[in-house]
Design a protein. Structure first.
Length: 48
């Protein structure tokens, strides 16, 4: 029903991308360049 995405940073299978980035990779979301991205760009950049 719901697809999982694979994180390019740690190779984990995740269902909730933003929650994963917030908990496992908070340094990524604190970057100014990433803060300006929208969800499709975040998915393309950090998830497969």
């Amino acid at each position: 029903m719901f697809a999982k995405a694979r994180c390019k940073l740690c190779n984990d299978q995740v269902r909730f991308a933003l929650r994963h980035l917030r908990t496992k990779h908070p340094e990524v979301l604190s970057d100014k360049d990433v803060a300006r991205l929208n969800m499709p760009q975040i998915m393309k950049r950090f998830f497969v």
